[in-house]
Design a protein around this ligand. Structure first.
Ligand code: FRU
Length: 483
């Protein structure tokens, strides 16, 4: 059976019905997690259960064209690259989540998975027109999920209508939860992150406002996350409503972070940095992190953006996750993101290795590849990713001290970057996505693009690469072990 057909068969057989199954895999990722069919948005419930990584996600099984009414889709992996599709974990089947089992997180304690999520209910003829409560569900086998009988666990009557996306962790004898909220001050809607605490996971008390927008950070904080890293605390969130400023904040909604100090005695967070964007690409949102068994702070994001017409929608699916990344913090409070080392499991054979000059062209097999470049820091470098219908240009501009990603047209993304020594770039290309990691992961770009036909990578202008390596990447989604 050829690989493309095999993928189709597996995608269809793994799905609960064949309605709207993948019709064409021209844009379907080979090694990034995507839904077997239908719509995927935010990562949810990222956790380690019985030595396997579990990743849930916002899911509409019925259509790839719209988010529909959110379910929790579910996949697991032992290496973060070979994913097994699992049955839908949660349906919108209760009065308190009838219009969406919205985003949330997981903790594992004494062999039980605890899933915290937002139940969304729409009330079309009322004002406000929706309500969001927090709910709990558990699983002891890592597949079957049971909603808690006494849900909701947080009603937040005085914080409606936007109170969502619980991220839960344990510290000492308590469980903590950060929630995104919108509140009104002097007639203006502002975003904020609220901290709650519980000793038993079901009775929760608000203990502080971790952070609130002064107007410059928009009207709603979605998908907040809060964790200790390298001796400081990071508040990571996806604010809606930030105005673009030059090259900054050019996406519809942003994902970024504030670094500061926090102590569990007064539960106050003291910021030490401004809000910084985490990724500079076009399609990156709704991050979630976990601390894994190796002590790594792992991050995954939705490699898409709201309100974008993705051509894959007509192929029976929409959405994918980024490669999982390991986070660390610099002394000047900047997050560094590196692709997890397990990426080696998805790497195929080398297509090119050596030095290279402008004019060098390598054609990827099966539209997927990993590109690594080392180049002089005092020279411009241009790499293009080309197909019949599109040219994606990655540029290091030595004189400007910038790096940029341009998919053509008017939607350039650019940020300041000057490497200390050599210019280093890793690029992961996967049918309809590109993720760039500059240097040691100081700057990343994650974007979607939609090539028809084969993909080539090319050095352009006066570019010189002291090292250029291009590897194939394998298909790792939903394939059986012997693949
Ligand atoms: C973020 C978000 C969350 C919400 C979910 C609904 O992308 O809007 O705030 O829980 O998506 O699917």
């Amino acid at each position: 059976m050829n690989t493309v057909f095999k993928l189709l068969v597996i995608a269809i057989s793994c799905s609960s019905s064949s309605l709207g199954a993948i019709e064409n895999d021209r844009y379907y990722p080979r090694y990034h997690l995507a839904p077997p069919k239908g719509w995927m948005n935010d990562p949810n419930g990222f956790c380690i259960f019985k030595n396997e990584y579990h990743l849930f996600y916002q899911y509409n099984p019925d259509s790839g064209k719209d988010p529909g009414i959110a379910h929790w889709g579910h996949a697991k992996s032992s290496d973060l690259f070979h994913w097994v599709d699992l049955p839908i974990a949660m349906y919108p089947d209760k009065t308190y989540d009838a219009d969406g089992v919205f985003s949330g997180s997981a903790v594992v304690d004494s062999g039980t998975m605890y899933l915290f999520y937002t139940g969304n209910v729409n009330m079309p003829n009322e004002k406000p027109d929706h309500k969001q409560v927090q709910a709990l569900a558990t699983s002891t086998d890592g597949i079957t999920v049971t909603k808690y009988v006494s849900n909701p666990i947080i009603t937040g009557a005085d914080k409606q209508p936007d109170l969502r996306d619980p991220k839960v962790w344990k510290h000492g004898n308590y469980w903590y939860m950060v929630l995104g909220n919108s509140f009104v001050k002097d007639g203006v809607s502002l975003g904020r992150a609220l901290l709650y605490r519980s000793s038993n996971r079901v009775d929760w008390k608000e203990v502080s406002v971790l952070h609130e927008s002064d107007g410059s950070l928009g009207f709603m904080y979605e998908c907040p996350d809060f964790f200790e890293l390298d001796g400081r605390f990071v508040l990571l969130f996806s604010p809606q409503g930030i105005e673009p400023q030059g090259d900054r904040f050019k996406n519809l909604y942003q994902t970024g972070y504030i670094v500061g100090h926090f102590n569990y005695n007064d539960n106050l967070f003291t910021p030490e940095s401004e809000f910084r964007e985490l990724d500079f690409g076009h399609d990156f949102y709704a991050t979630q992190t976990i601390l894994d068994n190796l002590g790594r702070r792992l991050l995954v994001a939705w490699l898409d953006m709201w309100k974008t017409d993705y051509p894959e929608q007509s192929d029976g699916f929409t959405g994918q996750m980024t490669i999982v990344r390991t986070l660390s913090l610099t002394n000047d409070n900047k997050l560094i993101q590196k692709p997890v080392t397990e990426i080696a499991k998805a790497r195929g054979k080398a297509l090119y290795m050596g030095n290279a000059w402008s004019g060098k062209k390598v054609t990827l097999s099966d539209k997927a590849g990993e590109v690594f470049i080392i180049a002089p820091r005092n020279k411009n470098m241009i790499l293009t990713i080309e197909s019949d219908n599109i040219v994606v240009t990655v540029k290091y501009d030595y004189t400007e001290g910038t790096v940029s990603l341009n998919r053509g047209g008017n939607d350039l993304r650019r940020t300041l970057y000057r490497p200390q020594s050599k210019l280093k770039l890793k690029a992961f290309i996967d049918a309809s996505s590109i993720e760039l990691f500059f240097g040691e992961g100081e700057v990343t770009f994650s974007s979607r693009f939609f090539p028809t036909g084969a993909i080539t990578v090319n050095l352009k202008d006066d570019s010189v690469a002291e090292i250029l390596s291009v590897h194939e990447m394998k298909r790792t989604l939903y394939l059986s072990k012997d693949n």
